[in-house]
Structures are given as C-alpha cells and as structure tokens.
Design a protein around this ligand. Structure first.
Ligand code: HXC
Ligand code: NAP
Length: 293
C-alpha cells in the first residue's frame, strides 16, 4: 500500500482560499502543502513569523501555489480580526478556515498552575472560538456562502484522557462547537466538520507528549490495531476531501483517522487479541463443557 499516494484529482481545490492556523509546522504544514498542490491559495498563521516566512518560501518553490504568512496568536481576538482582514485583503475572499493550532504537554493535573491549564484552553478552545467567530461574523455580514470550517480534535475529545486534561477538556469543547454550529450556521451556507487523528508523529507533539525515552517505552504504534502510526499524507488526503466541494453534504461530522486505536482501548474484551490461535480449541472446549454442568 502506498501511504503517500495523493487522493484528489489535479486542481480539486482551485479557486479556494484556505486559512490554516498553525500552518507552519507538523500536520498543518502537511495539509497546507497538499492544498497548494491541489491549486488552492493558502494563508498560514502562527506566533512565529520567521518560521512562517521560511515555510512560505519553501512551499512556493515546491508547488505552483501562493502562500500568505500572517503572524497571529489565536488567543487574542484583535490579532485574529487583523488576520481575517489581511487574508481578505490579499485574496479577496476566504473559503475555508482550518483550526489546527494547538498547545499541549503531558503532566499530572495536580502539578499544573492555573495559568498552565488556561494556556492550553486559551490556545485550543478560545483560539478556535476566536477564529470561528471572526470568520463567521465576516461571512455572515458579507452574505458569502459555500464556506467550510474544519477543526482538528483528537479521539480523547470524547473519551477524555488522563495526563493531558486541559487538552482533552479543550478538544471536547471544540467538538461541541463543531456540532452546534454545523446546525446553527448551515442557514448561512457554512459547513462544520472535524478530524480526530490518532498518532501522527510530529516534532511539536512528540517533544511534549513523549519526551526522552518515553517514545521507546510507549511505542504508540503498538496501541494501534493496524500496528503503525499515520502518514501525514493520509491525513492531508482526508482534510483535502473535507474542505473540497466533494464533501458538500457532510456537516457536523467528526472523522476518526487512527487505525482503530481508540476502539481498541474501549472494547472490553479486546485484550483477547493476545491469546494465541492454538489456544482457542482448548478455550472453546472449556466453555462448551460448562453447558453440561
Ligand atoms: C507544567 C508547564 C509546562 C510543563 C509549560 N508550563 N510547560 N507546566 N509542565 N511541561 C506552564 C508554564 O510554567 C506557565 O505557567 C504556563 O504553562 C504557560 O507556559 P509558557 O511557556 O509561558 O506558554 P507559551 O509560551 O504560551 O507556550 C505554550 C505551550 C508550549 C503550550 C506551553 O508548549 C507551546 O508553545 N506549544 C505549542 C505547540 C504544541 O504544543 N504542539 C503540540 C500539539 S500536540 P506559569 O504558572 O509558570 O506561568 C496535540 C496532540 C494531541 O495537541 C493528541 C496526540 C496523540
Ligand atoms: P505542532 O507542529 O506543534 O502544531 C501546532 C501548531 O500550532 C504550531 O504550528 C504552532 O505554531 C501553532 N500554535 C501554537 N500556539 C499557537 C497560538 N497561540 N497561536 C497561533 N498558533 C499557535 O503539532 P501537530 O502535531 O502538527 O498538531 C497539529 C494539530 O493536530 C493540533 O490541533 C493537534 O492537537 C492535532 N493532533 C495531532 C496529533 C498528532 O499525533 N500529531 C494527534 C491528534 C491531534 P507556533 O509555535 O509558531 O505558534
């Protein structure tokens, strides 16, 4: 199987302008790259403008697309409003908002200061709210339709997870926002969907979630029924579909792309996977024998 195969036809996103928060690294950069290859114009935003400018140069050399780099801390609504204006000034319109920016680190919750907890909530939940509200108000005010908001959550948005409690709390809020506005703003021609990725190695996530030798100790691939982590192109393929017109009837959906990871953790008897095939004859015989007693 070619995990790096590209899914959509050439020019599938031609004419679209897509804003990717946190578009200068990791999964945001991978999605940005594919959107450009499919003919979209992209705005990449984050706190670090030098990094964004370097990525802009790299991706404009690598693809035929156009990139606008805008410094914007999503925690601050005034900066988000300025980012909306810069995007519209550059391209005339924005069709897609991809809320990808996030902050996270592992910690026992009782070790967190109030500010540490707030920092994650502010980036993930308040940041997504700020961008969604600013673009939503703009689109509704201008009576522009055929818009899409795509939010990146995680599978622990609905299961919760120990040791990343601020992130789980914030992502759950983002999921609720996705489903709520999918209904409320459909009348304005704005669709909302989300992606819940399983493990897709990135420097940003792995440095903060699996520091030092934790990445060997807790090999995340082993938790996945498919026994591997995701390839960035697999996520980019899904994101491109969800922001394209091909997904026009999908609204309020969260698509999990995790090789079955969270379900493996959830199913009560999934641990029986560890039983060798040759033991099943014996176990079956033991169970059948109980009918007689
Ligand atoms: C406890 C910590 C801490 C840690 C920071 N803090 N790191 N507390 N343990 N490891 C505390 C600080 O002491 C401070 O509180 C508060 O958090 C804010 O820290 P700052 O460094 O001032 O914040 P800031 O510069 O805004 O940086 C935000 C950040 C940083 C989240 C802490 O890691 C960051 O910039 N992250 C962005 C990228 C990122 O996180 N990517 C991973 C996404 S992965 P006090 O009280 O001292 O002021 C992801 C994947 C999910 O979401 C699922 C994976 C499978
Ligand atoms: P990443 O490279 O660290 O991406 C996070 C991005 O957010 C960075 O580009 C960062 O840029 C930006 N950012 C952080 N704080 C910001 C702020 N206050 N304002 C604006 N931008 C900010 O990590 P990633 O793994 O690619 O994560 C991307 C998304 O996927 C996140 O939503 C994450 O929760 C989700 N996810 C990832 C995985 C995984 O396995 N990797 C799994 C599930 C979900 P600056 O530092 O320049 O601001």
């Amino acid at each position: 199987m070619d995990l790096k195969a590209k899914m959509l036809r050439d020019d599938a996103l031609k004419g679209k302008t897509i804003v990717v928060t946190g578009g200068g690294s990791g999964l945001g950069k991978a999605m940005t790259t594919y959107f450009l290859e499919l003919g979209a114009n992209v705005v990449i935003t984050s706190r670090n403008i030098e990094k964004l400018e370097a990525v802009k140069s790299e991706l404009e050399a690598q693809t035929a697309g156009k990139v606008l780099a805008v410094q914007c801390d999503v925690r601050h609504y005034d900066q988000v409003e300025a980012m909306v204006k810069a995007s519209v000034d550059a391209y005339g319109k924005v069709d897609v908002l991809l809320n990808n920016a996030a902050g996270n680190f592992i910690s026992p919750t009782e070790r967190l200061s109030a500010n540490a907890f707030d920092t994650i909530i502010d980036i993930v939940l308040k940041g997504t709210k700020n961008c969604t509200l600013a673009f939503g108000k703009y689109w509704i005010d201008k009576k522009e339709t055929d818009k899409t908001v795509l939010n990146i959550v995680t599978t622990y948005a609905w299961t919760g997870s120990a040791y990343v409690v601020p992130s789980a709390t914030a992502k759950a809020g983002v999921l609720a926002m996705t489903r709520s506005l999918a209904v409320e703003w459909a009348k304005y021609g704005i669709r909302f969907n989300a992606i819940a990725p399983g493990p897709f190695p990135t420097k940003g996530a792995w440095d903060r979630l699996l520091p030092g030798d934790l990445r060997e100790k807790f090999d995340l691939a082993k938790k996945v029924p498919l026994k591997r982590v995701g390839d960035h192109q697999e996520l980019a393929n899904l994101a491109a579909y969800l922001v394209s017109d091909f997904s026009g009837y999908l609204n309020g959906e969260v698509v999990t792309i995790d090789g079955g990871e969270w379900l493996k953790g959830a199913g009560q008897f999934n641990m029986l996977e560890e039983i060798p095939q040759e033991m099943w004859d014996m176990l079956e015989a033991m169970i059948r024998s109980k009918k007689k007693s």
